[in-house]
Design a protein around this ligand. Structure first.
Ligand SMILES: [Zn+2]
Length: 269
């Protein structure tokens, strides 16, 4: 396989809310152009530990990134490092913790917010440090990176759904409406991405609870969606673990890698 890949991580998006509120993505499923699998987040159900899990396939307990307060670079191969070391182009529009995990820690906004450096794991980056930085801006930042640099792998990581969950809780109109807003934003781009040869995965790090937080083992904190969109996917609802998503991206990209992935989720014809 040798595809370009866009991984969208909608921070803090609970599975049921994604299922109920995201009409565009669910419309693609009704037309057999996408599929949706429930994913159980690894533990703790916290952001930084699960960014590392999604991007390296390593569980928090094994990676050592066990809380949001651990500020250091990852010690594992990531989609970014594997792709960069095998001559592919990498890019991310993401929260600054992603820059800390794969490029440089601690984050220095003046140095790191806009990154262009072919020697770094994330060669082209637009990072932000505000939880309320608009999702719409993150998608525009990502599209600018995509059109300017034609990355083989692009991570897009908006934060507003998580932010609404922390302010209003899982069972709130504000939380659900942020998911609906992300669905509208995705509807502006997905056809363009598919036409340009990308395979697209839309998932989340963790869900949300009614205490306006997450971190534990409640189903609503752990159950997140994985939408797979594109012709390289088998679209027959395979059982997928959160630790498989890294390997799935590596396999789609055609990388040499040792990461686990669900072979039955991909079409090899
Ligand atoms: Zn959060």
């Amino acid at each position: 396989m040798s595809n370009k890949v866009i991984l969208v991580v909608l921070d803090g998006l609970n599975y049921q809310v994604a299922h109920d509120c995201m009409g565009y993505l669910n419309g693609l499923i009704e037309q057999q152009r996408a599929s949706l699998s429930p994913i159980q987040s690894e533990l703790p159900s916290l952001s930084r530990p699960l960014y590392e899990c999604l991007l390296t396939g390593v569980r928090p307990i094994d990676s050592g990134i066990v809380s949001n307060h651990i500020v250091r670079r990852s010690k594992h191969d990531s989609i970014f490092s594997l792709a960069k070391n095998q001559g592919l182009r990498t890019a991310a529009a993401a929260y600054h913790w992603v820059s800390e995990l794969y490029n440089r820690a601690p984050y220095q906004a003046v140095r790191d917010r806009f990154t262009q450096d072919e020697t770094l794991n994330i060669q082209h980056g637009c990072f932000y440090q505000w939880d309320h930085y608009p999702d719409e801006a993150v998608f525009l930042d990502a599209e600018q990176l995509r059109l300017s640099h034609q990355p083989n792998f692009l991570l897009i990581h908006p934060m507003n759904i998580d932010d609404a969950g922390h302010k209003f809780g899982l069972d709130s109109s504000q939380y659900r409406n942020s998911a609906r807003h992300a669905d509208v934003l995705l509807s502006h781009f997905i056809d363009l991405w598919l036409a340009d040869g990308y395979q697209v995965l839309v998932t989340s790090d963790h869900g949300m609870n009614n205490d306006r937080s997450h971190g534990g083992t409640l189903p609503e904190e752990r159950e997140v969606p994985l939408f797979m969109i594109g012709s390289a996917f088998a679209h027959h609802g395979a059982h997928i673990k959160q630790t498989d998503i890294c390997g799935l991206c590596c396999e789609l990209l055609g990388l040499d890698h040792q990461k686990p992935y669900p072979k039955e989720s991909l079409r090899y014809d």
